[in-house]
Design a binder for this molecule. Structure first.
Ligand code: ADP
Length: 660
């Protein structure tokens, strides 16, 4: 019992120790895995950022080069020699009081209009008095007629305008229309009325009259031509005039007043330059400036330079920027796996794509780069990179997982092997102490009887005979014990010889039961034997099978308390079954599977203090398995057990006379 406790504890300790080692190893592996993934992620992020930074620098240098080339154009004097290459690209030259634009007529409207020739209103003072003060339109008409035929185009235009107006007021609309027609032809002479070209005023007035006359067809036609000429930049107009006449024409045509926003943006950019010419001009001579705008949703870049008190500038619309700057740059430019987004000073995207939320972006602000745009960069193959990273992480985790499994499996196997070794050692120790106990009893009785006989030499004969018999029994018990131990050793070593012969299991069982009854001489022992006298033939080693049956009978008696009732039966058939049934202590289900192993003793045996070595059933199993059979155990604790030996049936010698 003591040795059992000694061994039981270490085996638990060892299991716990191995469990802890395995748990620690797995924790270390998981920690390592997490750290590795974190480091990998940080490295990947740094790589992406570096890639973006390098690309950003290269892009800025390339864009700077493009803009410098544009600036270089401005340094050439005069700018007029340059030929623009796109319709939204303008060269502007702002001098004192004038704005010159290349190409000519490129702008929808201009910040300043050079004054046209205009007749002095003093010439028409008489007519105007009649018109405005006296409301005598007839007299005014008569006064204006001679001037309307004047040789001087300015006087003629001034007179025609007033004449037509008076005719209109006098209700002579058709006559007024004709005069406006004449006035409309005066475009060649650069005559303006209140700063607006005289022909534009006349054509506009004609449309008003046509509307009043209800001549829709003609109105439509003339309004259409007026609109086309406005769009075709037929006149140099200022912003408000252009927008006014355009909206009027659109109204007559029944359209929404709309202008080409791209062209309008260019004109507005020039307007901005004009308005800021003082501020820009105050900057150091020759110092170039740049600016990007979003005007009416159109992105415009202005590059300027102040040279010899004039302001030279390039105005580039989105078309030019894309075709001349960005496409050549990013089309053939190795942007090393990054996607570029360029936005103007108002944050409107000019080129590329807005970066999606949540992905790493490198931004270069206009204020830092000196370019007119903010530049953002994201990695082009980010999704691929992320997938690659995820795959790498999966592989890493799988590798670590496998390693963890390996550690767990190895720890489990080692732990199991060690605890088995310890269990075996424990069983062996139990066995040694059990064998010592088994030896002690017969040896003690032999010693006592021998001492009694030595001390009393004149013992009566019958007593001496009884003592001798007791000594003989003890000796036989000892020799049987030694024999069985030796036999077991041989079996374990596979060196137990079996002399196989055909024999009747019924006869064998009968004789063993008979012999056992003789030997046991136990009080109250009842053995019922139901076996055929000669039948149930098997091929077997008589002595070995007898020993197996003896062991079963011996156990049936041992584990049956005071009055053993044993039934032995033999059943013939393909397989011969030899059953030994008792009504003893029984065996628990958990022990039932283990008791056939060597040195294993049941708990009831230990609790009840029943002596034994734990090799009896192991020997039975050895013998029966060597005969090609098997041993079955059926038992219920407290009700008894049935041990069944199953042997292949058959009665002839089949040469299996082996020495195993
Ligand atoms: P032992 O020397 O302990 O009897 P055995 O190998 O013969 O060794 O038996 C192993 C164990 O099986 C016994 O310790 C006992 O617990 C149990 N056992 C064997 N036969 C019986 C039986 N007939 N009834 C109850 N328990 C039995």
């Amino acid at each position: 019992m003591t040795s059992f406790r000694i061994w039981k504890r270490p085996s638990r300790y060892v299991a716990v120790l191995f469990l802890m080692v395995a748990a620690l190893s797995v924790i270390a592996l998981v920690w390592m895995g997490v750290r590795l993934v974190q480091q990998d992620r940080a490295l990947e992020a740094r790589r992406l950022v570096e890639q973006q930074e390098v690309a950003a620098d290269r892009i800025i240098i390339a864009l700077e080069k493009v803009l410098s080339e544009e600036e270089q154009k401005l340094a050439d004097d005069p700018v007029i020699n340059l030929s623009p290459v796109a319709e939204d690209y303008l060269l502007i030259n702002i001098g004192s009081g004038e704005v010159r634009v290349w190409p000519d007529n490129a702008l929808l409207y201009y910040p300043v209009i050079p004054p046209g020739r205009e007749a002095s209103s003093l010439q028409f003072a008489d007519a105007e008095r009649a018109e405005f003060l006296e409301k005598d339109y007839g007299r005014a008409i008569n006064a204006l007629r001679p001037f309307s035929k004047s040789e001087d185009p300015a006087t003629r235009a001034g007179a025609q305008l007033r004449l037509a107006r008076n005719l209109r007021k006098a209700g002579r609309l058709k006559a007024a229309l004709e005069i406006y027609s004449e006035l409309a032809k005066s475009s060649d002479y650069g005559i303006s009325i209140s700063g607006v070209p005289a022909d534009l005023v006349a054509r506009h007035a004609r449309c008003i009259l046509l509307a009043e006359l209800g001549n829709r067809a003609k109105l439509q036609r003339e309004a259409q031509i007026l609109q086309d000429d406005l769009k075709g930049r037929h006149w140099h107009l200022d912003r408000s005039s252009y927008l006014y006449y355009s909206s009027q024409a659109a109204q007559w045509l029944g359209e929404e007043p709309k202008t080409d926003t791209k062209q309008q943006a260019l004109a507005d950019a020039v307007e901005w330059l004009w308005q800021n010419r003082q501020t820009i001009g105050s900057v150091e001579q020759g110092f170039p400036g740049r600016r990007s705008f979003s005007i009416q949703g159109t992105s415009v870049v202005i590059i300027w330079r102040v040279l010899n008190s004039r302001l030279a500038a390039v105005v580039a619309g989105p078309g030019y920027q894309q075709s001349q700057w960005f496409d050549p740059l990013f089309g053939g430019f190795d942007v090393s796996g990054v996607r570029v987004g360029i936005s103007d000073s108002e944050g409107a995207l000019v080129y590329g794509q807005e970066p999606k939320n949540g992905i790493p972006v490198t931004t270069r602000l206009a204020s830092a780069s000196g370019l007119p745009w903010d530049i953002t960069l994201v990695n082009a193959g980010l999704e691929g990179d992320i997938n690659q990273f995820a795959q790498r992480r999966r592989l890493m985790m799988m590798g670590l997982g496998m390693l963890a499994l390996l550690v767990i499996a190895a720890s489990y196997l080692i732990g199991r092997a060690v605890s088995r070794e310890l269990a075996a050692a424990r069983l062996q120790s139990d066995f040694v102490s059990a064998v010592s106990h088994e030896f002690r009893t017969p040896l003690t009785s032999m010693r006592q009887f021998t001492e009694m006989m030595v001390e009393n030499e004149d013992l009566p004969v019958d007593k001496r005979r009884a003592y001798n018999k007791a000594q003989e029994r003890a000796t036989r018990r000892l020799s049987r014990l030694v024999e069985s131990l030796l036999d077991f050793g041989r079996m374990e070593a596979g060196a137990r010889p079996y002399h196989i012969e055909p024999l009747s299991a019924g006869q064998l069982v009968r004789s063993v039961v008979e012999e056992f009854k003789q030997e046991a001489k136990a009080n109250n022992l009842v053995i019922a034997c139901n076996a055929p006298e000669n039948g149930a033939m098997v091929n077997g080693d008589r002595e070995a099978l007898a020993q197996a049956l003896w062991n079963l009978l011996d156990n049936a008696v041992k584990y049956s308390n005071d009055s053993p009732k044993i039934q032995v039966e033999v059943e013939a058939g393909n397989q011969v079954a030899i059953r030994v049934r008792d009504q003893g202590l029984g065996i628990t289900p958990s022990e039932r599977r283990r008791i056939l192993r060597k040195f294993v003793r049941g708990s009831s045996a230990k609790v009840c203090g029943i002596k034994g070595t734990g090799i009896g059933l192991a020997m039975v199993k050895h013998i029966i398995v060597a005969h090609g059979g098997k041993v079955l155990v059926d038992s219920e604790p407290g009700k008894g057990s049935t041990f069944t030996i199953l042997l292949p049936g058959g009665g002839s010698v089949n040469g299996k006379n082996s020495d195993r």
